[in-house]
Design a binder for this molecule. Sequence first.
Ligand SMILES: [Zn+2]
Length: 188
Amino acid sequence: MGETPEELYARAAGRLRMPPVREWETFPFEGKLRIRPLEPPVAWEHPRLGEGGVACGRCARPDDAYLWADEHWRLGPLAEPTGLPVVVILESREHYDLADLPDERARELGPLLLRIERAVRTVGDVGRVHVCRWGDGSEHLHWWFMARPARLPQLSGSFAAIWDDILPPLPDDLWRANLAAVAAAMTC
Ligand SMILES: [Zn+2]
C-alpha cells in the first residue's frame, strides 16, 4: 500500500528541499527563491473540465477549429500564439480518458504520435518535439506536442513548457504559417 496524501503531507511538509536550480541551465528564473509551503491535502480531487463528457469544450468544438481530423482523432492549435514555434494538441474525437481508450483507439495512438512528431518537425529548426499528457485540467484525452527550437539548449527539457509562456508570442503570420506546415504534413 502506498502512503495516503495525509501521510505524505505529514512526512514531507516540514522537510522540503531547494533543488540546485542555480546549476540548471534550463531553469528560467534567477534571484533569491523560496519554496512555497506544502499545502495540506484537500478532501477530494478537484473536478476536471468536462468530467463525464458534461459541458466538455473539446467534445463541442467543430472540426473546422482543427488542423487535421479523421474519424477518431483531431489535431488542433492553441487558441492563440505562444512562445514556442509550434504547440499542437491531439484529442480523441470521442470523450475518453487515457485509461478508458478502447483497444482499437489505443492501437492507433502509437503510429499517430510518431506521425504528428514528424509533422511538427517539418516546420524546420525544431530541436526536439516534446510529447506530453498531463490531464489535470480537462478530462477529455489530449496530448501536447511542443516544438523546442533547435540550438537553444537553455530551452531543453520539461522547462520548455514554462519557456513557452516566457518567450514572447510568435507573430501571428509566423504562427499561422507554422500551423499550416503541420496541417499540410498531416494530410500528405
Ligand atoms: Zn469531451
